[in-house]
Ligand binder design. Structure first.
Ligand SMILES: [Zn+2]
Length: 441
């Protein structure tokens, strides 16, 4: 079995940006990797070629959006006028892949956290995996979020057979509505919860065409043009996450998406063993995978231990409990609600993203709280402290998240009381240490 891990380096060249402009464009060098099957398998034709996997640089840009454009319809359903679009002369030079060549184009998410998107071109078919976004940071003032550059795909719309989404996190689905409208609205495939999350996102852009959604199961097989695509279930912080297998005549191209192995002390669970057993006899041509915190030694704490820890705290603490967590961590949120309900406590939720995600989880029937278990945050003071658990956004000390607003008394709906216990149920993302400390103070 041959396994190759691909990682393309991206160097950012910063351009001077106007802090108040509606659109700011990042000029980026992005790599297109041509996976030439004839070179990897010398027995397949062209035996004398000894070139390694060739890399070809193309110029590429990143689209960034600000609130000024948000939700407004402009000509051709484009979120901003054509005249402002970045013209990329070099794009014209890219010719279609040669017969037998697989072209893989990482459009985002490589050597960065956020806006994951990869296109795979085989013959007359293009399949796109994920269409994420990332939020603005201090490098992108005046910009609300950034989506991948789709210029190449816009030029080859007629070849795009599918957009396949690995899971429902914003760095994988956040760009979907805007990307779809640019690339000819191809069919979208994903598992149930991810499709529900995308529907919510799509609803924020009512002027854009309706998404052609297709719900798949983890063992579904679909055909996109001439390409057969299969899936497999992976463990992540959001349920219904899946990996993607693209069958080629030289072997499988495998993308697990975001995943971790469900393990205790390094021993992988039986479910995972079973799920990954499809690879036992597979001929894998390429595995595309990456990892956050790869530099850290040891294993990450299994989610089951986090759940047990939280459950014990909810049991033990006498007063009111406030838990700040990631809204994206749906598996954990569902567990907290279930644990609190089992102990006869009420749950109030503060923070828009947290509320939305719990609504979607209930809609997807991941859990079904009893009527009256979840109460409006405004009523939190009507219950005895030992009967209340409050779930909030803001575990990273974000300036306008619910917990920070409660801490500095600018939260109109909710204020902290003496005797409340606050649990920050998230490790601090590197770089956020200072704002978390500020909030704690
Ligand atoms: Zn994720």
């Amino acid at each position: 079995m041959l396994r190759i891990t691909m990682q393309a380096g991206i160097k950012t060249m910063k351009k001077n940006r106007l802090p108040f402009s509606a659109i700011s464009i990042d000029e980026k060098k992005q790599e297109t990797i041509y996976l030439d099957s004839k070179n990897i398998f010398p027995d397949v034709g062209r035996q004398n070629t000894k070139r390694p996997i060739s890399k070809k640089h193309t110029k590429s840009s990143t689209y960034q959006y600000s609130k000024k454009n948000y939700g407004q319809s402009r000509g051709n359903n484009r979120p901003f006028p054509n005249k402002n679009r970045y013209k990329n002369i070099n794009e014209n030079k890219i010719s279609p892949p040669e017969e037998g060549v697989i072209r893989i184009i990482p459009l985002g998410g490589v050597e960065e956290i956020g806006k994951n998107m990869t296109a795979i071109e085989i013959g007359n078919d293009i399949i796109i995996i994920d269409a994420g976004m990332h939020f603005s940071n201090e490098d992108t003032p005046g910009v609300d979020y950034v989506i991948p550059n789709t210029t190449y795909l816009e030029k080859h719309k007629e070849k795009i057979r599918a957009l396949i989404i690995t899971h429902g996190h914003l760095d994988h689905i956040g760009g979907v509505p805007l990307v779809l409208s640019r690339i000819g609205n191809p069919p979208v495939y994903s598992r149930n919860l991810s499709i529900l999350m995308m529907r919510k996102r799509q609803a924020e852009f009512p002027q854009l065409p309706t998404m052609k959604e297709n719900i798949v199961k983890k063992d579904s097989v679909i055909t996109c043009g001439k390409i057969k695509v299969k899936f497999f279930g992976v463990t992540h912080t959001i349920p219904d996450s899946m990996g993607i297998i693209i069958e080629t005549k030289n072997g499988w191209i495998v993308t697990p998406g975001d995943y971790k192995l469900d393990q205790i002390d390094g021993i992988v669970s039986k479910e995972e063993e079973k799920e990954y057993s499809i690879f036992d006899r597979a001929k894998v041509l390429l595995l595309m995978t990456d990892s956050t915190n790869i530099e850290n030694e040891g294993f990450s704490l299994p989610e089951i231990k986090v759940h047990q820890g939280l459950e014990n705290l909810i049991k033990k603490i006498q007063g009111r409990i406030i838990i700040a967590a990631f809204a994206s961590h749906i598996t954990r949120l569902a567990h907290i609600v279930k644990a609190a309900e089992a102990l006869g406590k009420k749950i109030a939720i503060d923070g828009r993203s947290m509320k939305t995600n719990i609504e979607v989880a209930i809609e997807a029937k991941l859990f079904t709280p009893k009527k009256g278990t979840i109460i409006p945050i405004e009523e939190a003071n009507n219950y005895p402290p030992n009967k209340m658990v409050i779930l909030m956004t803001g575990a990273q000390g974000e300036e306008f998240a619910a917990l920070n607003r409660a801490a500095n008394k600018s939260n109109a709906k909710f204020s902290l009381n003496k005797g409340d216990t606050i649990i920050l149920s998230a490790s601090i993302i590197p770089g956020n240490e200072l704002q978390v400390q500020k909030m704690k103070d």
